[in-house]
Ligand binder design. Structure first.
Ligand SMILES: [Zn+2]
Length: 265
């Protein structure tokens, strides 16, 4: 099954039909829809969609989309939000620490305990922020909070969570790679152009002869982040083929995330 492991929803005319059309053309049967802070962030020519927008899209196209709930651990009701959307059929969660918090703050551990119980895939934005504003207050996002070394404290205590580092945390992709190498429950999302170009360059450089490097390649998840999906899909596909990594492509382009989401093959 071919899946886009990193999608968002935007309030833009014809957004969903166009997204589905592009997915169809690429043979992408499903997409993981990651919610963002509702109506606060401008993103690629639209206002980003929050949990209820994702819920509406999943309800409209239950065979195509899987919902991932946006959580802000600073919000006192975050555990309640998680359970509400879990009950509504969501199967993953998304964090955006660039909004201004450290993922490894122990005050948030009770929320991670709930995620651990659910055994969900949890995507954390890693690496530089391309979103200027946090919210209507005019605060800016800050990339420092998305240094993946600050996620490390979660990986071993919350070992049932499948932690997905979005964008392979470019330009901290070496750190993200090392974290995936040493933690069986850490995965790398290749969404956005830099991650695909640079991280695949790293794979080319390191090769997969060593089983430890291979273990990371097996945990790479393709996603478009709704940016140049067609172009990046083909580029990545062709590059992996050229590198002789065809055997890993079913996993990268869908089977790995399908397994994490518990989808039937
Ligand atoms: Zn994204």
């Amino acid at each position: 099954m071919r899946i886009d492991g990193h999608l968002h929803i935007l309030h833009r005319e014809n957004f969903l039909p166009e997204l589905l059309e592009e997915m169809d053309a690429l043979g992408l049967e499903k997409g993981l829809l990651l919610a963002l802070p509702a109506a606060q962030w401008k993103f690629k020519g639209g206002i980003c969609g929050g949990n209820d927008d994702v819920l509406a899209a999943v309800r409209e196209h239950p065979d195509r989309f899987i919902g991932s709930v946006y959580l802000d651990p600073r919000e006192p009701g975050a555990i309640g939000t998680l359970h509400k959307y879990a009950d509504l059929g969501f199967r993953g969660a998304k964090f955006h620490p660039i909004a201004g918090y450290w993922m490894d703050d122990p005050r948030y551990f009770p929320l991670y305990e709930e995620l651990d119980r659910l055994r969900w895939p949890v995507t954390i934005h890693g690496g530089l922020s391309n979103m200027p504003y946090c919210d209507g207050s005019g605060r800016f996002t800050e990339s420092k909070y998305a240094d993946p070394i600050r996620f490390e404290a979660l990986f071993r205590p919350f070992a049932n969570v499948k932690w997905i580092i979005a964008h392979a945390a470019w330009p901290w992709h070496h750190v993200a790679w090392g974290l995936a190498l040493y933690n069986p429950n850490v995965y790398l999302d290749l969404s956005a152009g830099q991650a695909q170009t640079i991280v695949l360059g790293q794979v080319e450089q390191l090769g997969v002869e060593c089983t430890c490097q291979e273990s990371v390649v097996k945990k790479m998840i393709w996603g478009s982040d709704c940016i140049r999906a067609t172009e990046l899909f083909h580029q990545t596909w062709e590059r992996l083929e050229r590198m002789g990594l065809g055997a890993y492509m079913p996993g990268i382009f869908g089977e790995t995330i399908a397994e994490l989401l518990g989808l039937e093959p």
